[in-house]
Design a binder for this molecule. Structure first.
Ligand SMILES: *Cc1c(COP(=O)(O)O)cnc(C)c1O
Length: 406
């Protein structure tokens, strides 16, 4: 098919897109195709005014009164309840705060403590994981006297057994964009008598997760990727209702105390989601996130998923048609059931190619040494963007000389 045909097809798909209007909610200019929302989501336009109000009125005028009167104290649970429908959780199970890394630590140590069985001396971890999860899991294993067992998610079921205490798995691989089967892997972990901890960084806000429905035990995720919370916005921790009463945090800060203002010498854990809190929350980032979540009002996650798959399908189709033969190979699975919301292309000249793409207004990112990563955020990326990105990629590939091959 010719470029004109793909452009026509893009126009048709954009015209039929029920989410197309959402793009106006974001501070994006038409000169740039932003395909890095899987690393840092774009800014919703209304957030700066809200944050200015938080700073000048809530902090500047109300000062300490804002902990009560502006709802600062209860923000971690309140915002958790707004994220909940996006990941298939009922209210009261998610608390927002700290980084993903810190929440991985809380979740993995708490999982081992809840299993409370010294014969279960292994923590299975997804070996292709985002590095921080692996580093933290290794430390959690050392602290709890367990052995870390890194395996690829496809080999995970075979690695589970009577020695497994917990498994930490990424829902979507950050490098390849591969989606792992959360329902069946969670069931396999449970069949082995262990607990499943999921990292949702690359799935929340891009596809349905179904935490309650699939019986996930614990989950963590960040909010600055598909949830557009802003750089370093706080992460979240999900604890299934059946585990809340036994959740034993390795970081029992005063914010997670049953009566924090009693300032008691002894620790008594709060009930429910607040038990996952640690210390004083980062209110400015927290409230920027809360405001950013307004863009989800009235959005169906199923529509987001359908558009995400259509965008990545269309990108793969355009790349196949436009790109010079043999220069890029998709690492992202073709099968919808195995695909997240990004396309990763392996390319020998990836560093030079990504640099040239960004100079021409197509912003993806590089995962060294040879991966071009393109994230497709259904709330603000359209089909014309996709066609343009593939066309510019083909132009760049034609100009960047192919590295000699052996
Ligand atoms: C982005 C990401 C993180 C980030 O961790 P931080 O503590 O927020 O820096 C962790 N895990 C995965 C899988 C990610 O994709």
């Amino acid at each position: 098919m010719s470029e004109a045909t793909f452009m026509d097809k893009a126009a048709e798909l954009d015209a039929a897109d029920e989410l197309a209007e959402r793009r106006k909610l974001f501070a994006l200019d038409d000169g740039t195709v932003y395909l890095d929302g899987n690393s840092l989501g774009a800014l919703p336009r209304h957030v700066p005014a809200r944050l200015a109000d938080v700073i000048s009125r809530e902090w500047g005028e109300l000062r300490i009164r804002s902990w009560e009167e502006s709802g600062w104290w209860t923000a971690p649970e309140r915002i958790g309840d707004r994220i909940a429908p996006l990941v298939g959780a009922a209210p009261g199970r998610i608390v927002v705060g700290d980084s993903t890394s810190v929440n991985v630590f809380k979740a993995v140590v708490a999982a081992v403590r809840m299993v409370a069985d010294d014969a279960r001396d292994e923590i299975v971890v997804d070996a292709t994981t985002f590095p921080t999860d692996g580093y933290i899991a290794e430390s959690a294993a050392r602290l709890t006297g367990r052995r870390l067992v890194p395996v690829s998610p496809t080999e995970l079921p075979a690695a589970l057994g009577p020695r497994t205490a917990a498994a930490l798995i990424n829902h979507v691989d950050f490098r390849t964009g591969r989606l792992h089967d959360l329902p069946s892997l969670t069931a396999a972990v449970h069949d082995a008598g262990a607990l499943a901890v999921w990292d949702l960084c690359h799935s929340a806000g891009a596809l349905p997760v179904g935490l309650d429905e699939h019986g996930v035990d614990l989950a963590v995720g960040c909010t600055y990727k598909y949830l557009n919370g802003g750089p370093g916005s706080p992460a979240y921790l999900y604890v299934a209702e059946r585990h809340q009463a036994r959740f034993d945090s390795p970081l029992p800060g005063w914010n997670s105390h049953a009566d924090p203002f009693a300032m008691a010498a002894g620790y008594t854990a709060a009930d429910g989601a607040p038990r996952g809190r640690v210390g004083t929350p980062d209110i400015l980032s927290m409230l920027a996130l809360e405001s950013a979540l307004d863009v989800w009002d009235g959005v169906r996650v199923a529509a987001v998923r359908a558009k995400s798959l259509a965008l990545t399908d269309f990108f793969l189709e355009c790349v196949e048609a436009y790109a010079p033969d043999g220069r890029v190979t998709s690492l992202t699975p073709r099968a919808h059931a195995e695909r997240g919301s990004q396309v990763a292309l392996s390319c020998a000249e990836a560093p030079a190619v990504m640099k040239a793409l960004i100079e021409r207004g197509v912003v993806g990112d590089l995962r060294r040494p040879d991966v071009l990563r393109f994230g497709f955020t259904p709330l603000y990326v359209g089909f014309a963007d996709v066609e343009r990105a593939a066309r510019v990629l083909a132009d760049v590939l034609a100009e960047v000389p192919a590295a000699p091959r052996d």
